[in-house]
Design a protein. Structure first.
Ligand code: ARG
Length: 652
């Protein structure tokens, strides 16, 4: 009951949370994902057993190496960290700067020498310049199976060439253990991803589609990294508009329980009509304002009407989520209502809340407008709700990372809320400590005319129509390619789903989220270029190579040996090995496009390998090894698709 809810004494905000002071880079864990299904689990166990029996022949891992799990970059960082300590014992805590090389001198480089030189210059060390520092860093590197050779270039860059034996073994090990063994492990246990979050009775527009797609990917990356993710749909289910909606509902449906979804039809049109009535009829307006008061007072009839309107909207939203395969848990704005007074009271006691022009506000350093937390009429607003929600997430849900996915237009709002939380001591001052709140902003979706995306006949694009079109276009393309005769109806339908929805998602995710992008069906459904269609087909082609070989890939994994002899094989192997650090980067910086770039490059590098006659797969002397390389590519591609929320296809 709303009455009891509103009267609930909210919990007082607790004392400031401590920061974990942990490094923000992600060490890796080989452990099993808690979310893995029973069959995944069995598969993993059997792989582990297979690995154990094979340990001596293929993977001669030492205990020291076992400890050195992590991305290639993280493992190299460990080695260089040790070298830096020996090279300059008086300069502790120097973070190793490791980067993948773009040049031809190595695979990775350590870039510490120049920075270190400027630190030690004039301090009377034995070094006479950055190249000498680089030389010493190189010489002090601990022995490792992973490094083939090292050289110092220019002003002290230490270039590393990885051992191709080690590379091959690492990839085979991933095949046996499963891709989860390459998952990052962020320094947080629980995260909230607040995404999608449309508003009840208002349109769920393309902005909400972007939020849904980007938020789902971020949640998936964190889940892959074994973080418990609370996928929160912060729906706008509260506010003064409900007065008008409820009154209009009573008017249209005197017996308002008859107001089912089918009876109301389009809830957006209903919203529009009620708004029109509100703006043109002062008597209605008065009643609507009264309705808000009665709803907030918890009057049963009003509360039920409100719940009914929410339910109809929810059914609509659910249709979109189901198509997109996105899972969300709703905790709408109304959920936090009972917490607002206590949170504001706590902030007031801390001296943060001030009176300004009748309203109660929090002043934020560096921002010229204050954050209004109680309106001049005494009501609460979007900001009060977000403060209460943040408080709840930190204290009740114990989230260590809270991520908000909305358009960039809301950046200032979140910036102010986060700064207020820092002032209150809920969040630590520094941006690299936890708990942490991050706003993931994104740009606009544009139409062909370069303006905000709209369709011809309606003002806003209905998401369901958009997904329908992507789907029917991809189905038409399949029929055109003669699949109608070749495939079952079910295969056609599921492929059309995968390609159609995958295309919409990928077109969105491949851009840096901050930039605006143009929505174009022809472009996103093109089977050439950086599109989901191209990538899904590339994956299906690899699967068909493996099928055509007639070999049992599980058996090859365990009995055969992967080698990286040819340059194109080695290039592919190196790129595969970089998967772990790319996911880590995409996750740390909350940038899905980083993963898309990686996936596209992977398919390009694979093509180069596969189309080279010197790297013939089926029927060649190196068939086993090359089939394993094909399988590893398919496994990594599938994980990328999975993280991007795209369903892979296996044949074309
Ligand atoms: N309902 C809001 C909108 O449509 C988005 C909510 C985002 N989340 C939040 N905690 N404020 O713009």
């Amino acid at each position: 009951m709303l009455t009891s809810l509103t009267l609930l004494v909210p919990p007082a905000p607790s004392s400031p949370l401590l920061s974990f002071n942990r490094l923000s880079h992600f060490p890796f864990s080989p452990s099993i994902s808690a979310a893995a299904s029973a069959s995944d689990f069995l598969r993993l166990v059997s792989r582990r057993l297979a690995l154990a029996t094979k340990m001596q022949s293929v993977t001669t891992m030492t205990t020291q190496e076992e400890e050195c799990m992590g991305s290639v970059k993280a493992q190299l960082a460990k080695l260089f960290e040790a070298s830096l300590k020996v090279t300059l014992p008086n300069e502790p805590d120097v973070e190793p700067l490791i980067a993948a090389c773009t040049g031809k001198f190595g695979d990775y480089q350590c870039n510490n020498a120049m920075g270190l030189w400027s630190k030690i210059k004039g301090k009377g060390t034995q070094f006479r310049g950055p190249p000498a520092v680089g030389e010493a860093i190189k010489n002090n590197l601990p022995n490792s199976e992973m490094i083939e050779s090292c050289s110092v270039a220019g002003p002290g860059f230490v270039n590393v060439v990885l051992s191709k034996n080690w590379m091959a073994k690492s990839i085979q090990k991933m095949l046996i253990e499963g891709i989860d063994s390459w998952a990052p492990m962020p320094p947080v246990k629980t995260a909230v991803v607040d995404f999608s979050s449309p508003n009840i009775a208002k349109e769920m527009h393309v902005g909400h589609l972007r939020s849904t797609i980007i938020g789902d990917t971020l949640a998936r990356m964190l889940e892959f990294s074994k973080v418990k993710v609370l996928r929160r749909n912060h729906v706008g289910d509260w506010g003064t508009q409900f007065g008008m909606l409820i009154e209009f509902l009573f008017e249209k449906f005197p017996n308002f329980e008859d107001a089912t979804e089918t009876a109301i039809g389009d809830l957006q049109a209903f919203y529009k009509a009620s708004k029109q009535r509100f703006d043109s009829d002062p008597v209605f307006k008065e009643r609507a304002q009264q309705a808000v008061v009665r709803l907030q007072g918890g009057e049963e009839k009003y509360r039920r009407a409100w719940a009914q309107i929410c339910e109809i909207s929810r059914t609509e939203f659910h249709k979109v989520y189901q198509r997109l395969g996105v899972h969300l848990e709703e905790k709408g704005e109304s959920f936090y209502n009972p917490y607002i007074p206590g949170v504001i009271e706590g902030l007031t006691k801390q001296g943060l809340v001030e009176e300004s022009q009748g309203a109660r506000v929090i002043f934020i350093e560096g921002v010229n407008i204050p954050l209004i937390v109680v309106k001049s009429d005494g009501g609460f607003n979007y900001a009060s709700t977000d403060l209460a929600a943040l408080w709840y997430r930190l204290n009740e849900e114990k989230a260590e990372w809270i991520i908000y996915v909305t358009d960039v237009g809301q950046q200032q709002h979140f910036d102010m809320v986060f700064k207020a939380a820092k002032r209150a001591g809920w969040l630590p001052q520094g941006d690299n400590s936890y708990p942490k709140a991050s706003h993931v902003g994104f740009g606009l979706v544009l139409g062909e005319d370069g303006k905000r995306f709209r369709t011809r006949n309606t003002e806003v694009v209905r998401l369901v129509d958009l997904l329908d079109e992507a789907r029917s276009r991809s189905k038409a393309a399949l029929i055109e390619r003669g699949k109608g005769e070749e495939w079952t109806e079910e295969e056609i339908e599921s492929t059309a789903d995968a390609v159609g929805y995958g295309a919409v998602k990928y077109a969105d995710l491949k851009n840096n989220r901050l930039t605006n992008y143009t929505f174009n069906f022809d472009q996103m459904l093109n089977d050439k270029g950086n599109t989901a269609v191209y990538l899904l087909y590339a994956h299906a082609r690899i699967c068909s190579i493996i099928r055509r070989s007639g070999k049992d890939i599980e058996e090859l994994m365990n009995k055969g040996t992967l080698v990286l002899e040819h340059k194109d094989e080695r290039d592919l192997g190196l790129h595969l090995l970089q998967f772990a650090e790319v996911v880590e980067e995409a996750c740390t910086n909350l940038l899905p496009n980083v993963l898309c770039d990686y996936l596209y490059n992977l398919s390009e590098i694979f093509s180069k390998f596969y189309s080279n006659p010197e790297c013939k797969v089926i029927g060649s002397d190196n068939e086993t090894s090359r089939l394993l390389l094909c399988e590893a590519t398919a496994v990594v591609m599938r994980k990328c698709f999975n993280l991007l929320g795209i369903t892979p296809i296996y044949k074309i």
